[in-house]
Design a protein around this ligand. Sequence first.
Ligand SMILES: CC(C)(COP(=O)(O)OP(=O)(O)OC[C@H]1O[C@@H](n2cnc3c(N)ncnc32)[C@H](O)[C@@H]1OP(=O)(O)O)[C@@H](O)C(=O)NCCC(=O)NCCS
Length: 167
Amino acid sequence: MLGYPVLGTDATLPVMLSEFPMAFISIGQIETPEPRLRIFSLLQQRGCELPVIVSPLAYVSKHARLGAGTIVMHGAVVNAGAVVGRNCIINSQALVEHDAAIADHCHIATAAVINGGVHIGAGTFVGSNSTVRQCVKIGEHCLIGMAQGLLADCEAGTSTPPLKRPT
Ligand SMILES: CC(C)(COP(=O)(O)OP(=O)(O)OC[C@H]1O[C@@H](n2cnc3c(N)ncnc32)[C@H](O)[C@@H]1OP(=O)(O)O)[C@@H](O)C(=O)NCCC(=O)NCCS
């Protein structure tokens, strides 16, 4: 893949984990955090170290905190006082403003804007180019589609816009 050899599969993971002390989850996340969550738990159970990865083209304030297994991609900004949980994706060009709090297993997609003091519950997805007003609270397991403007709090499990098909 992209010129790199594939060393194994899910089936060979246990053997590989006894050989390599660190792992990183590169599965994506839109509609559900479940696959990433499942692998995260497995890796933790096996005592695997999950490093934080920050692109050299990203900016993360020295006053921000990032949890284990989180990645900050190219061009993203995480400003002072922001706290990002474990196993999150802060995707390319996303902005996590000052004092925002993002819980575990969230994906902040490309060019999304999480303004100052926003709280986001675990397992939530915020789509590309969506903007969340300052201090808004978004519950757990929400699905915020692309290009949304979020002006008010969202209860856990909210989909915006509402999905038109059964899940
Ligand atoms: C919200 C979302 C998950 C819905 O996906 P879906 O259920 O497959 O929806 P569909 O694409 O089949 O669209 C269903 C309808 O909702 C509308 N719709 C879908 N997403 C929308 C959005 N974000 N804003 C406004 N309308 C949207 C579609 O236009 C369509 O309308 P229609 O029935 O009148 O034609 C998806 O559109 C989305 O926003 N995904 C996030 C994309 C993203 O940010 N990717 C970044 C990865 S890094």
